[in-house]
Design a protein around this ligand. Structure first.
Ligand code: 0RA
Length: 648
């Protein structure tokens, strides 16, 4: 968002002005002038933010115990409707403004808080900006409140009321609730396109975190009608089950803990599987604290302490055995911790870490108590969990020895680059790219076609190891993986050092067929598990080779998807003939063609691999083997601005 955006056009002001009207207009204008300050961005993300804001308000009403249904609809004309069966926003006259409470909430910045539903009103972070911000950024909006046997309704245009609050008596009406609907303002937003799946993900999360709430999400847009319903009686335990779906678990059900300690509501669920990764999700007042914080620390220390105590008491650990480490007891664990507290403090640059120090003790005591009780009541599960921890501890020791050995031999430190690597001449990592190419012959084509100044090629033979199911030391034994680690220069795992990265762009280039999709998945899994920072820092890409070449007279066009092909052929004038050639693999192109279509920075399109949402990634990486995989992706483009669709 530009700092000095032109003043947006104002809606019509009401006929009679008061001092509070002027304040309202100034407030709305501030929001419209600098929307970024309130909702971050004015792209699709910002647009989604308006929806979250309204849904959060209804969820607050649910957390306060007055609402158990929320219906969200994307209407055919891009209006969004959020309806709940709570008490209804109050409509009585507000003392200082002389306006109804409803109008005040809808038009005065930060007024929402004063009417905040319960004690656990979501605040901080990017959330909690208030319904008035949504209203200010909406081309049109209306709110309907059912309460006291009446229907109240008020409409707005760019935040300004279009008349008074209207009241109708509804005979025999007993239900209560609020409906808020808006149409985003196209003067503010780049797009009014909602991404159903992105919103759905958030609502699913909301449903897990607000036990028993029923959320319905309907898309009424032409051609993409969809309807989803969520209700999770198990709360975060349902969440854990969902993450563990399809895996072998060490207990039939997640360990579930629900307890209020002082003013902190603690809800946690833990379940082990026979895999090797740790999956932890933490939330405070339904906000995903991706950087963890006090609640996550509390959960971890309870886990380590209680499991070690139990292992000693049950003699799984002998007197001279060392304690299990945190990593040992978290191997194969899926855990969700959700806390609700009156005044959450969100810290860190992205405000995604919970700061409230006392919450650590609240969570630790709740989880310790619940876990101890569980172990007493389920000794067979206890044994399996401890045995897994002991195995993890031994494996970690073996891995450390294996790593020490390879490090001592200088196998991974980049001083001995792998023979298969065709390096580039440039040394500045920011200029350098490494192409990981499926197959030796395609590797050869890429070597010839590349710009050797800044593009390096590492051909990878066949299918590399499935790292999801393998342990670290086994993985290290794999030559392809070793070559990859050595070429990158960073090391891996806990000791990874991004400052040693030799190429700031690492590009996976594989065929657009099943084998190619397989190898992409394997490589993504590897990077996700062992070189996460590469993804976090936006250094991992997926190349986009074309699927077709269409020859049309003397002209030829490269085509990257089926839709694009259909569109292209549809646009040809009658009588024109086109020859469509399908490319199955990289090997079918010659070096010049590979350069022109896939490697030339001026022309190519690449996918930037991002992990915005660890849960989805976890799901993807564990649903391995042959499945179509679609990580959260962002399109990076050279020149073209069209978006191409390809399943990874
Ligand atoms: C404050 C007080 C009361 C209700 C609400 C807020 C409320 C706000 C929203 C926003 C969306 N849905 C909502 N539902 C309720 C009720 C006050 C009372 O009845 O005593």
């Amino acid at each position: 968002m530009e700092d000095e955006a032109p003043a947006p056009r104002r809606g019509k002001a009401p006929a009679s002005y008061t001092a509070s009207d002027i304040q309202v207009l100034e407030g709305l204008e501030a929001v419209r002038r600098r929307p970024g300050m309130y909702i971050g961005t004015t792209d699709q993300r910002g647009l989604h933010h308006l929806v979250y804001e309204l849904v959060d308000n209804s969820v607050d009403e649910a957390m306060a115990g007055f609402c158990d249904r929320i219906d969200i609809t994307i209407e055919a004309d891009n209006w969004v409707t959020v309806r709940d069966n709570g008490r209804g926003i109050p409509v009585d006259k507000h003392k200082t403004t002389g306006k109804s409470a409803l109008e005040t909430i809808m038009t005065v910045l930060h007024a929402g808080g004063k009417f905040g539903g319960g004690a656990y009103k979501v605040s901080g972070g990017l959330h909690g900006v208030g319904a008035s911000v949504v209203n200010a950024l909406a081309r049109r909006m209306y709110v309907e409140v059912h309460r006291d046997g009446k229907l109240y309704r008020q409409e707005y245009e760019r935040g300004i009321p279009k008349g008074e609050l209207k009241t109708t008596t509804e005979k025999g009406q007993t239900h209560t609730g609020t409906t808020a609907a808006f149409l985003g303002d196209d003067e503010i937003f780049d797009t009014l396109e909602y991404d159903y799946d992105v919103l759905l993900q958030r609502f699913r999360e909301m449903a897990y975190l607000t036990k028993g709430i029923w959320i319905r999400f309907e898309d009424k847009r032409a051609g993409r009608e969809r309807d989803m319903n969520f209700c999770f009686e198990g709360g975060v335990a349902s969440f854990v089950r969902h993450v563990n779906k399809g895996r072998n678990t060490l207990s039939a059900r997640p360990i579930y803990i629900e307890k209020t300690v002082e003013t902190t509501q603690v809800e946690a669920a833990i379940q082990y599987n026979d895999g090797f990764s740790q999956v932890e999700f933490s939330f405070a007042n339904t906000i995903n604290t991706i950087d963890g914080g006090a609640h996550l620390t509390g959960l971890r220390s309870a886990l380590t302490r209680v499991l070690n105590d139990y292992a000693r008491k049950q003699k799984f650990l002998k007197d001279d055995d060392a304690n299990l480490s945190g990593d040992d007891v978290r191997e194969g664990m899926v855990a969700v911790i959700s806390v609700k507290l009156p005044e959450p403090q969100f810290e860190g640059q992205t405000k995604t870490r919970l700061g409230n120090a006392d919450v650590k003790n609240h969570v630790e005591s709740a989880v310790a108590e619940g876990l101890m009780q569980y172990l007493e009541e389920h000794p067979a599960d206890g044994r399996r969990i401890i045995e897994k921890g002991i195995m993890a501890s031994r494996a970690r020791e073996a891995a450390r020895k294996a790593r020490d050995l390879v490090v001592r031999k200088g196998l991974l430190d980049g001083t001995m680059l792998p023979g298969k690597l065709a390096d580039c001449s440039e040394r500045d990592p920011h200029q350098c790219e490494l192409y990981l190419v499926e197959g030796i012959s395609a590797g050869g084509t890429a070597k010839t076609g590349r710009d050797r100044r800044f593009q390096a090629i590492l051909p990878l033979r066949g299918k590399i190891l499935n790292v999801e199911k393998a342990r670290m030391e086994k993985m290290l034994a794999h030559e392809e993986i070793r070559a990859l680690i050595t070429a990158l220069g960073t090391g891996f795992g806990d000791t990874m050092d991004m400052s040693k990265l030799r190429y700031r762009r690492v590009i996976i280039m594989a065929d657009a067929d099943v084998d190619g999709s397989h190898i992409r998945t394997l490589l993504l899994t590897f990077f996700f598990r062992y070189m996460r920072q590469l993804i976090d820092e936006g250094c991992l890409y997926i190349a986009q080779p074309p699927l077709f070449r269409i020859q049309n007279g003397r002209q030829h066009t490269w085509i990257y998807s089926d839709q694009e092909r259909d569109a292209f052929l549809g646009k040809l004038k009658e009588g024109q003939k086109a020859h469509v050639q399908r490319y199955k693999g990289l090997g079918e192109m010659n070096p010049e063609q590979l350069w022109e279509t896939t490697m030339d920075p001026e022309k190519r399109t690449m996918l930037l691999v991002g992990i915005e949402d660890a849960m989805r990634a976890e799901e993807i990486f564990s649903t391995l083997m042959g499945d179509e995989v679609a990580p959260r992706k962002k399109w990076i483009q050279g020149h073209a601005t069209q978006v191409k669709n390809l399943d990874v």
